[in-house]
Design a protein around this ligand. Structure first.
Ligand SMILES: [Zn+2]
Length: 425
């Protein structure tokens, strides 16, 4: 890690300089205002005329260990799809998850993502793979006892050991230890309460799936005296600002009010919801207005087929405008915030913005494409017209993880993934 000076780069429409020192943005200012000085390590000055900078994206819901399962259950109902995935996962092991996550990282880096919040088995494999690719992962022990008391007891012990073994190590390399339980229908009530208490007492986040499908809501109402999944978790005292809730798609007015009151982080996974036919009426503005923090994710490549955040941004905005019959729904800046700074807030990291002091996560966009030849604003061209190929280079934590579309390990990562697929599937 050293010093990087990005000269003449467009930031918020202005010709600017960005100075990165170590893993932080040290200074930003009008073009010509920053000078670089060598510190220990590398020292680099880059002329960025014709380029624009955006904060690296924060993908708030992934299962990157599933990246070698892309396309295994096409055109199937969610419940059937889940059964198929769980069957395949019986053979899950470290090399499989590791190679899958490395492949996921190639894809995420190429589409401008610097941080991702993951939920999967063998999170140590996810951590090692992501760190080897230069990304910032958030992950930890994943509780999924299928409501079996013996499995629950074993997982609690394993979880405690896992946290002891990895939390400090991961913090030291800039990763984030996040506990997760799958969902209210795959984990016992006792386990959910234990996980919530564990997360709060250790000051870590709790990543869950919540109100993803209508079936989940109907089953919950039957099992818990008419309570929706959100009301049920509120009743148990589990909702809070540490909760990272994926989907929150099937909500009542009261659910929205509760998610806002408890400052829950609600993660919209638009492409996954559409492809698994879970629904499309995400209550984005209502949640924001109620006080919830709304973020964006892709879910796994087994459900949404890619991990492309700019694509997720476009779909999210089109859908909000479409189903509400309102062109002003989900405006550009709100959309960018969902993909960047809101995710940082949810994870408790100082990132998702290009400003002095923030972690140096910067996507460098090449505007020398037809998509940008326009009198319209850069952000509109980037989100609605361009594709991720316009992302020329990516800096994560003060280091280049991609330069001019090249990732050093890409060929090796693809070859390893192909070998692993032929061995395990
Ligand atoms: Zn998911």
């Amino acid at each position: 890690m050293g010093t990087i000076l990005l000269k003449n780069i467009t930031v918020d429409g202005l010709q600017s300089d960005i100075l990165v020192v170590g893993n932080r943005i040290d200074r930003t200012g009008p073009a010509g205002s920053c000078t670089a000085w060598p510190v220990a390590g590398e020292f680099e000055v880059l002329e960025c005329s014709g380029k624009a900078a955006l904060p690296g994206f924060i993908n708030m819901h992934t299962h990157s260990g599933m990246s070698l399962m892309r396309g295994v259950g096409e055109d199937m109902p969610l419940e059937e799809w889940l059964q198929k995935i769980w069957k395949l996962e019986e053979g899950v092991c470290y090399p499989l998850v590791h190679d899958a996550v490395r492949l996921a990282c190639v894809e995420m880096i190429k589409s401008g993502t610097t941080t991702f919040n993951d939920q999967y088995w063998l999170s140590e494999a996810c951590h090692d793979a992501a760190v080897s690719m230069g990304m910032r992962p958030s992950m930890g022990y994943d509780l999924l006892d299928m409501c079996d008391p013996l499995t629950a007891a074993r997982q609690k012990d394993e979880c405690e050991e896992h946290y002891e073994k990895y939390s400090k190590l991961w913090k030291d390399d800039g990763s984030i230890y996040t506990l997760s339980f799958h969902a209210i229908y795959t984990v016992t009530e006792k386990m959910m309460l234990w996980a919530s208490e564990f997360a709060r007492s250790h000051g870590i986040k709790l990543h869950i799936h919540l109100s993803e499908t209508r079936t989940e809501v109907e089953n919950c109402k039957k099992a818990h005296g008419g309570l929706t999944p959100v009301e049920y978790l509120a009743e148990l005292g589990i909702l809070g600002p540490e909760v990272l809730a994926a989907h929150t798609l099937w909500l009542t007015e009261h659910d929205v009010e509760l998610l806002g009151r408890y400052r829950v982080n609600c993660i919209h996974n638009v492409n996954s919801n559409l492809k698994l036919a879970s629904g499309h009426r995400f209550l984005c503005s209502e949640l924001l207005q109620a006080g919830a923090n709304v973020c964006l994710g892709t879910d796994s490549t087994a459900s949404s087929n890619n991990l492309d955040m700019p694509e997720a941004m476009k779909t999210a905005a089109l859908l909000q405008k479409g189903w509400r019959l309102d062109t002003s729904a989900l405006p550009l800046q709100e959309l960018l915030d969902m993909a960047t700074v809101n995710g940082a807030k949810a994870l408790g990291i100082d990132a998702g913005a290009i400003r002095p002091g923030a972690l140096a996560d910067i996507a460098i966009i090449d505007t020398d494409h037809s998509w940008f030849v326009s009198p319209g604003p850069f952000l509109a061209n980037f989100i609605y017209a361009a594709h991720s190929e316009c992302i020329d280079s990516l800096i994560c934590n003060g280091r280049f993880v991609m330069r001019r579309r090249e990732i050093a390990a890409e060929e090796e990562v693809k070859a390893a993934a192909r070998r692993t697929i032929s061995k395990y599937y």
